[in-house]
Design a protein around this ligand. Structure first.
Ligand SMILES: Cc1cc2nc3c(=O)[nH]c(=O)nc-3n(C[C@H](O)[C@H](O)[C@H](O)COP(=O)(O)OP(=O)(O)OC[C@H]3O[C@@H](n4cnc5c(N)ncnc54)[C@H](O)[C@@H]3O)c2cc1C
Length: 459
């Protein structure tokens, strides 16, 4: 346990900063959160930027540990699988898992942030300063400058420590990197995104199945839609920024209209405002952030997206950030100086965040292309069959990531590579049906190549 009278500072009261504040307070620390935006508990959800998110086992586990889950549970909408919309209008459901609890949940980002802040701000010793923007840091003196945007006043804050949960565009990371105190890279994806709405019908009901994540895979672009509580869906269009079919080229109303009618005719009919929204809404940028180390002495540490933002195609960014907070909290219990907490945290966590960042990139190809491929569909069905026959030895990679918080991301990546090779071999050539698979060979390979994963400790 680290003592000290000063409050631990956190920049950013997004999902990571708010959850971290709760866990730090539990360990007896006073916490001061500095958030540049206004209090989201007093405003409506902003439009145009990731309105809803997929919450899965890792995120839920962290929220349960922090005692926040019961405050958000009622707002969760279960999604059992991906509902694929082919070009010809036909649909097929690919279940995410095969047990009743193997679902992911659509949750409003705004509601979740509100719930986290409500709990954080209600803890004795936690102060949340909204409209306070971190602007500069003096790493020699160990002081930061934060602007109170309401009075346009600069405040000096000692970094003892000042944790940086300021998101993918983290100013703290950029400052540390500019001074060569850390190495950091931001790799933009060649695709951007726009959010569009699918309103409810005249009776207020959903116009698509509400228990699925909808995907319209179209090769180099795709549309997805997640349900909201009010009968609507939020759709996200992922499209190349440049090139023949791209945000750069789609500027004229007629072209946009033609694009939606050609690529997504069934979805187009459910999105009356999509052309206007496409024209009015900003293009969101996507990318991967990599940094090393994540900390400077005992003054500051990067956490959440500030340390390792990733592309959103595994629906794990925020789940991973929540898991960061749990790991950080465990490190706090093992050390008596901030410097050693930070060193332990980065050393333990980075291999896992690198692994999920790689799997998130890989999943983009899977969502926009592979889900429509019959061999991929066979391999998916086979992976569930192998899990039934060899539980704890063969667990589909998607399930390891989404439903098994006890399996580290790096283990999911490594085991996933072995499993993927095996699935390709077992479905090679003329094998088009599960009945044609050589299960004798599958058994031999699995027993020799995949050791059982440990059973999770009872909750
Ligand atoms: C299109 C898209 C879809 C996504 N879908 C999913 C999903 O389905 N599931 C999932 O798990 N994840 C998803 N994510 C990822 C998820 O949004 C992020 O991982 C998560 O929001 C990161 O939380 P954070 O608190 O670290 O950063 P942020 O959410 O970015 O929060 C950072 C906070 O810091 C504040 N801030 C920034 N700079 C300063 C400053 N200088 N001073 C003070 N405050 C500052 C910001 O205002 C903000 O409130 C998605 C992301 C995108 C882009």
């Amino acid at each position: 346990m680290i003592d000290g009278p000063a409050a631990v500072g956190i920049i950013g009261a997004g999902p990571t900063g708010a959850l971290l504040a709760i866990l730090l307070q539990r360990r007896g620390h006073a916490v001061a959160l500095y958030e540049s935006r206004a209090d989201p508990r007093r405003s409506a959800a902003p439009t145009g930027r990731t309105i809803n998110l997929a919450l899965a086992d890792r995120g839920i586990h962290a929220l349960q540990l922090a005692g926040v889950f019961q405050d958000i549970e009622k707002a969760l909408l279960p999604m059992r699988g991906r509902l694929i919309h082919d070009r010809d209008g036909s649909t097929s459901l690919q279940l995410y898992g095969q047990r009743p609890n193997e679902v992911i949940y659509s949750v409003s980002r705004h509601r979740l942030n509100q719930a986290l802040l409500e709990v954080a701000a209600g803890q004795p010793g936690v102060t949340v300063h909204f409209e306070h923007r971190f602007e500069a840091a003096d790493f020699d003196q160990g002081n930061a400058l934060i602007r109170d945007l309401r009075g346009d006043r600069l405040i000096g804050v000692p970094m003892q420590p000042l944790l940086a949960a300021d998101g993918a565009g983290s100013l703290m990371r950029r400052r540390l990197s500019a001074l060569n105190l850390i190495e950091a890279h931001e790799t933009d994806l060649e695709h951007g995104y726009k959010e569009l709405s699918v309103p409810p019908d005249a009776a207020g009901d959903y116009t698509l199945a509400a228990d699925a994540l909808h995907i319209w895979p179209r090769g180099n672009h795709m549309l997805i839609a997640l349900p909201n509580e009010d009968g609507s869906f939020t759709a996200t269009l992922f499209l190349p920024k440049r090139g023949p079919v791209s945000f750069e080229n789609l500027t004229q109303t007629a072209d946009i209209e033609e694009f939606f009618s050609r690529s997504f005719p069934d979805a187009r009919a459910l999105m009356p405002d999509c052309v206007a929204e496409f024209k009015d809404r900003p293009i969101g940028f996507l990318g991967t952030v990599s940094a090393h180390p994540w900390a400077h002495r005992g003054m500051t540490a990067l956490i959440g997206d500030a340390a390792h933002a990733m592309v959103p195609f595994h629906g794990q960014g925020m789940n991973c950030c929540f898991e960061d907070c749990v790991e950080f909290d465990a490190c706090l219990g093992r050390h008596d100086s901030w410097e050693s907490v930070f060193a332990d945290f980065s050393a333990l966590r980075k291999p896992d965040t690198d692994a999920i960042a790689a799997m998130a990139l890989d999943n983009y190809l899977e969502m926009r292309e592979r889900v429509a491929d019959p061999k991929f569909r066979l391999q998916q069905a086979l992976s569930h069959e192998l899990e039934r026959r060899f539980p704890r030895r063969f667990i589909p990679r998607y399930s390891m990531v989404m439903f098994h918080h006890e399996i580290p991301y790096r283990t999911a990546l490594d085991r996933g590579a072995v499993q993927s090779r095996l699935l390709s071999e077992l479905t090679a050539g003329k094998v088009w049906r599960i009945e044609d698979v050589d299960f004798g060979r599958a058994e031999r390979e699995i027993l020799t190549q995949l050791m059982p994963v440990p059973t999770p400790a009872p909750a």
